[in-house]
Design a protein around this ligand. Structure first.
Ligand code: SF4
Length: 86
């Protein structure tokens, strides 16, 4: 008799790296003071609401990763984080 312990398992290949995982910007609202330095550094992705608080338009595309990292490091209140895919 032949037993197959993993019948029905898909190809079973684990991914070693997350090559194209999207990154997103997350605002920590408790620390954000508004004023919009992140908007000035990354206008392609961050706009400001009526009170001057950032509104992030969507995921960080590969071409905006550099400016996004700069905006994160420049935030005077450490209220901006770049979350990368898992
Ligand atoms: S730079 Fe930082 S503190 Fe200023 S608006 Fe952006 S997230 Fe808020």
């Amino acid at each position: 008799m032949l037993t197959t312990g993993r019948a029905g398992h898909h190809d079973g290949k684990a991914t070693a790296t997350s090559s194209a995982a999207p990154a997103t910007l997350r605002v920590d609202w408790l620390n954000c003071a508004g004023r919009g330095l992140c908007h000035e550094l990354l206008p392609e992705l961050v706009s400001l609401d009526a009170w001057g608080y950032p509104v992030v338009a969507g995921p960080v595309t590969a071409d905006l990763l550099g400016p996004a990292r700069l905006a994160v490091s420049a935030c005077p209140h450490s209220a901006l984080r770049l979350l990368t895919g898992r």
